[in-house]
Structures are given as C-alpha cells and as structure tokens.
Design a binder for this molecule. Structure first.
Ligand SMILES: [Zn+2]
Length: 329
C-alpha cells in the first residue's frame, strides 16, 4: 500500500511546530545552549543530584547524557571530594564539573592552582574539570574586571547543555509535536486559515484528517483529558488555557504588532505561543504530551512561570482591590 503523503504546512507554521522541540534561547554568557534539541546533554545542579535518588536512577535514560555541576565552594567544603563523589556515582571530569559563577569563587579557588583545565566535551571524558561563566564587573583593575567564559565557549560548542526540566526524549518531542499540530487543527477556523495562507483547501482538509488520525493512532488526542487541561473547550475547539478564548488559526501566523519605537526587525513572536499548563519546576519535566497547548502571547507572558491557578487568584485579588478602592466599577 502506498504511504499517504501529507501535504506541506505553510513554512511559518512548520517552523513554529519544529521549534517546540527546542530549548529556549540563551546568550553566550550563560552555561546553557541556545535553542537546541530538548534531547541534548542535561545539566544537573549537584544539590539536586545529591537529594534525589530517583533522578540518579533515571540518569542513564538521558539520550545525550548529563553533567552534574557543583560550585567551587561546595566542592572544597567536602573532605575527600573524590571518595564522596564516587558514593554518588560521580567523577570530576567524567560526569561532573566544578562551575564558577562568581568573581569571589574564581579568585578564591583559582582553577590553575589545582592543575585544572576547562572542559569542552559533553561526553565522558569531558576534557577538563571545570567550566566558568563569571560576569564582567566594574572593578578598576582591568584584568580583574573582565568576564571569564571558559569551557564550551567556542563557536561550535557554546553552552554545556540544557536545563533539566527542559529535557524530553526524541520520542516525547515527536509525540508532543504531533499532538500540538493536532490541537492546531482543532482551532475553529484552521482549514480556512491555512487556505488563506498558501495551502489549498483540499490539502488543508486532508492534512487535518491525517494528523488527527495519526495522533489517535499514537494514543494521543484524548479529548476529555485535553478539556480537563483547559486546552480545548466543550465543542472541542482549541482555547487559550488562561482566558479560555477560542484561538483562530490565523493567530498562529500573524506577527504581533509591536509598540511604536520599540520594533525589533526580526521579531518572530506571533499572537499564539506554546503554552505550558503546569509551570516550570525543577525536578519535573514540563515538555510532556498533555502539559502543552497553545495560548495568547499576552496570557502566556502573564502566567509565565507562576502557573494558571496562582495567576487567576492574583488577578482576583487585583480586581477585588481595584473595586474596593473605587478605581474599577
Ligand atoms: Zn488568552
């Protein structure tokens, strides 16, 4: 039987969906990689590793491995660091690094004094014992005020890895993408919107059908579950998880109007963004099939890392106070 070929999506939507499999942006002065696959090497703070046996048990499942980071202060407060490390299945330079983040630590525990080199590999051996991201400061001493970016700082290797909570396996990334496209097609006007944006109506209809079927074949698209997560409404139309407004397919493609005087030329923020139902938490993986929906850009900004319900009670307080004071009728 010939395989059914799926008609292509408009490039802007295709890109939006692919980007869901990537981590958020990061600049050169931080230890995280910029917009890479969520299946990349995971960075784990030592305290988390130490406190969480479940995390240690599952660590061999990270598809591109992990690196545990410890501050110099913590490292040197341990009496016999290598013995202590081996109790936790850690070895400096193999799956753990000392991470310098402050000027004081950089000067107090200067790595050259221990014969250490900076690491540059994300797989064992890591090629060194430490990594440094010490910001510049305003000291009068020119040398002492310069920023220190050592380890994973060259063009092709920027950033040591990704945040633990951003991690997802390749399979999860694929399923999330599929579910997110299916949710897009549940927008009340999705077929029309795609027909207005470069797809033929027949192609749009056929892709919608194929994606919904494929999602169901993978055990996804459980409508009841999607409703309970505020991702779709009782008519099975896609809604914003905060304001509950039905989303239009057009909003996935329209770029956001930018405030005058503050335009950024290559801004690709659209009116609808990827929306995490449960907020980011260390120790929990938030890129999960039923934790992802689509929502208004502004609602997303408001909820950010605080979560939907805490945001709603905050809003309630704001409204109540404004009414009480007479600013709002
Ligand atoms: Zn909204």
């Amino acid at each position: 039987m010939p395989r059914t070929i799926k008609p292509k999506l408009p490039p802007l939507l295709e890109r939006k969906l692919s980007k869901t499999g990537q981590t958020r942006g990061a600049d050169d002065d931080v230890i995280f990689q910029n917009r890479v696959s969520r299946s990349n090497t995971v960075l784990i703070p030592f305290h988390q590793w130490q406190a969480n046996p479940k995390l240690r048990d599952m660590s061999n499942q990270f598809e591109c491995g992990y690196i545990v980071l410890i501050s110099p202060k913590d490292y040197f407060s341990i009496k016999k660091p290598s013995d202590y490390f081996s109790e936790f299945d850690l070895a400096l330079g193999e799956n753990a690094l000392v991470f310098y983040e402050t000027r004081a630590d950089w000067e107090t525990y200067f790595p050259d004094n221990y014969g250490w080199t900076y690491a540059n590999s994300r797989t064992a051996p890591l090629g060194g014992q430490y990594v440094a991201r010490v910001p510049a400061n305003t000291s009068i001493d020119a040398v002492r005020s310069q920023k220190v970016n050592l380890g994973y700082a060259t063009q092709s290797l920027k950033g040591a890895g990704i945040r633990l909570y951003e991690y997802a396996s390749k399979k999860t990334i694929k399923e999330c993408r599929l579910q997110l496209e299916a949710i897009f097609w549940l927008c009340v006007d999705a077929v029309n919107a795609m027909a207005n944006n470069g797809m033929s109506r027949e192609d749009a209809k056929s892709r919608k059908l194929l994606i919904l079927k494929e999602a169901q074949k993978h055990g996804l698209l459980d409508f009841e579950k999607l409703r309970s997560k505020r991702i779709i409404n009782s008519q099975n139309h896609t809604i914003c998880p905060l304001c509950l407004k039905e989303l239009s397919g057009e909003e996935f493609l329209n770029r956001l109007a930018q405030p005058e005087g503050r335009e950024v030329p290559d801004l690709t923020v659209t009116q609808v963004n990827l929306f995490h139902i449960e907020e980011l938490k260390y120790g929990a993986f938030n890129h999960r099939q039923y934790n992802l929906g689509w929502g208004c850009h502004f609602c997303n900004v408001v909820v950010k890392d605080s979560g939907i319900y805490p945001t709603l009670s905050w809003m309630q307080e704001v409204i109540a106070k404004n009414k009480e004071t007479g600013y709002l009728k």
